[in-house]
Ligand binder design. Structure first.
Ligand SMILES: CC(C)(COP(=O)(O)OP(=O)(O)OC[C@H]1O[C@@H](n2cnc3c(N)ncnc32)[C@H](O)[C@@H]1OP(=O)(O)O)[C@@H](O)C(=O)NCCC(=O)NCCS
Length: 175
């Protein structure tokens, strides 16, 4: 990697702001999702990217959505849902970074932001983060500390002493 490229990446990372998404962000979110999930919206079982972008802003329906912003432009999105299971679950439904901004730590920064948000929102409760991942993206999630537990499903427990509990549970199950 040449020096100019490294400088550009450094400046990108320091210029990224991660904030909760609001209604003025719908178009920008739709653009990132459309670019990141090519093909017809129908394939993803959604009506349209604009409709989905509007839907993921509904905090009253349990949605938690953050965007990564670089110089006013939306370059990343993470949308998750809080499911009221016995151990609270936060299921990541969408995570996407604009093509020209990938591999610069933005996906990880969005995930870390969600983790910090959960730690604050759920205080000392255990929370399970889950998601369904395509095989080609599983190594990205492994780097974030998630592990596979079913066909395409991955999870990570956070908060309290849960990491240890989760690992001993995994050992008991032979996973
Ligand atoms: C998956 C995605 C969100 C990753 O975002 P990103 O900003 O490029 O990821 P980061 O730069 O934060 O990567 C964090 C780490 O994961 C690694 N990584 C990123 N994408 C990876 C991939 N597809 N496979 C394996 N490792 C990957 C990075 O090299 C980095 O490793 P390091 O910490 O050792 O340097 C992005 O590639 C994307 O938007 N893809 C299209 C949409 C998509 O597939 N979403 C997931 C659906 S399951």
């Amino acid at each position: 990697m040449n020096e100019a490229c490294t400088e550009e990446e450094d400046s990108t990372q320091s210029d990224i702001e991660i904030v909760p998404a609001i209604s003025k962000d719908i178009e920008g979110i739709a653009t990132v999702l459309r670019e990141s999930f090519p093909g017809k919206a129908k394939y993803y079982k959604i009506r349209s990217w604009e409709h989905e972008s509007k839907k993921i802003l509904r905090s009253d329906k349990g949605w938690i959505t953050f965007i990564a912003v670089h110089q006013g432009r939306i370059v990343g999105v993470l949308a998750a849902r809080h499911l009221k299971t016995v151990i609270p679950t936060v299921r990541i439904e969408w995570i996407a970074v604009a093509k020209s901004f990938r591999r610069r730590g933005i996906g990880k920064a969005l995930f870390d932001h969600l983790t910090r948000w959960i730690t604050t929102a759920f205080f000392d409760q255990q929370v399970r983060i889950t998601l369904r991942a395509r095989t080609d993206v599983q190594n990205f999630y492994r780097k974030l500390g998630l592990r596979c537990y079913g066909r395409g499903w991955m999870k990570k427990r956070i908060g309290g002493q849960n990491d240890e509990l989760d690992q001993s549970g995994a050992a008991r199950n032979g996973k």
